[in-house]
Design a protein around this ligand. Structure first.
Ligand code: FES
Length: 362
């Protein structure tokens, strides 16, 4: 479960004009709860009057790094209330509410592996991708990594200094190609624009020397980039699904009004008794299938349910169906295997049977 703890910030440093790098001090009593895997995220919470504002931010570090700190990168969004507080008001030494690391955007490593990892990142999507590439390079001395990273301009490249230092440290085992979407590259157009399927085809052809099918890919960026490159890798290059890992920054724009989808309209209109198991306690309420999502209704009932994005992206609201059936509108976070095992994102779920029981404790 996602319990929040007040953590002291040890660093709040401008990384680029519109992003900050925030480090937290983890007290000894929370060390185990805050141990993390590469590519995981933290949820941050602010209470503003009656409002409970929560956002997810990816961890930047790799577990094997020496400094042992826990850092996140927060990009300032124009209308983002939490990102504005974190970028413009927070100072080092202040405490904020943070929940333990979560997420499954990672693979396991072994010292004897001799693999190739390819990171595809856009803007602040660099955080979980870099965390994964670093961990692979630390854990697997015979593996190599490529990073194809797109930004608007040279000044917008996040973690440029760190990436340069990593290039030196892993001498030859890490290769990095930057792409800039708003700057002209007079010698080669390949380095202009965003990462998309045709560009990836050329990048892989020109910069890597292993069969495309054999690498493992970490992708984080806007939805059109993820759809384009993951579709290309899977359908055209026949890369096995387990080797294509991706994480969305936010719900894809074209999915925003998904509650009006034909599938949602087709679910039966019924009254359901919904029971939720949260921290070994059971809570029940009535819910009409066409009204609120199960998460929204649980929040209306003031139940201690975990959540962050409410958009089907972060996976914080995950629960397992123990009884009955639900309709899940969107899912950008659960794997096929998790869905088969009955896991759902409760921010996207509506009951479709008269009795539904979901367990958040699994
Ligand atoms: S709250 Fe983020 S997926 Fe449901």
């Amino acid at each position: 479960m996602h319990h929040f703890h007040l953590l002291k910030t040890t660093k709040v440093a401008k990384e680029t004009n519109d992003s900050v790098n925030i480090a937290f001090e983890i007290p000894p009593a929370l060390k185990q709860e805050f141990s993390f895997k590469q590519g995981q995220y933290l949820n941050v919470r602010f209470l503003a009057g009656d409002e409970d504002l929560r956002r997810s931010y990816s961890i930047v570090n790799a577990p094997s790094e020496e400094n042992g700190e826990l850092e996140i990168l927060v990009k300032h969004l124009e209308d983002g209330r939490v990102s504005t507080i974190l970028n413009q008001q927070l100072a080092a030494g202040e405490k904020i509410e943070v929940s333990a690391p979560a997420g499954h955007f990672y693979t396991n490593h072994h010292v004897s592996n001799e693999k190739t990892y390819v990171g595809l990142a856009a803007g602040s999507g660099i955080s979980p991708v870099l965390s994964n590439l670093k961990e692979a390079l630390y854990q697997e001395p015979k593996s190599e990594a490529y990073l194809f990273y797109s930004n608007k301009s040279l000044h917008d490249i996040i973690f440029k200094d760190e990436i340069d230092a990593l290039l030196e440290r892993f001498d030859g085992r890490l290769k990095v190609v930057y792409l800039l979407s708003r700057e002209k590259h007079f010698e080669d157009e390949l380095f202009e624009g965003r990462i998309c399927a045709p560009k990836l085809d050329e990048l892989l052809d020109r910069f890597t020397d292993i069969p495309v099918r054999e690498a493992t890919y970490f992708i984080c960026g806007p939805s059109e980039m993820i759809k384009s490159v993951s579709g290309y890798l899977k359908n055209e290059k026949k890369v096995p699904s387990l080797q294509i890992l991706y994480e969305y920054y936010a719900a894809p724009d074209d999915e925003e009004n998904a509650e009006m989808s034909d599938e949602f309209k087709a679910i039966p209109n019924l009254e359901s008794m919904v029971t939720l198991i949260i921290d070994d306690d059971e809570y029940s309420f009535h819910l009409n299938s066409k009204k609120n999502s199960i998460l929204d209704q649980a929040l209306n009932e003031k139940l201690p349910v975990p959540f962050a994005c409410k958009g089907g992206v972060c996976c914080t609201c995950k629960a397992q169906v123990m009884e009955g059936e639900v309709f899940m509108e969107k899912n950008f976070a659960l794997t096929e295997d998790e869905v088969e095992r009955g896991f759902v994102l409760t921010c996207q779920c509506h009951p479709t049977t008269n009795v539904v029981m979901l367990n958040y404790d699994v």
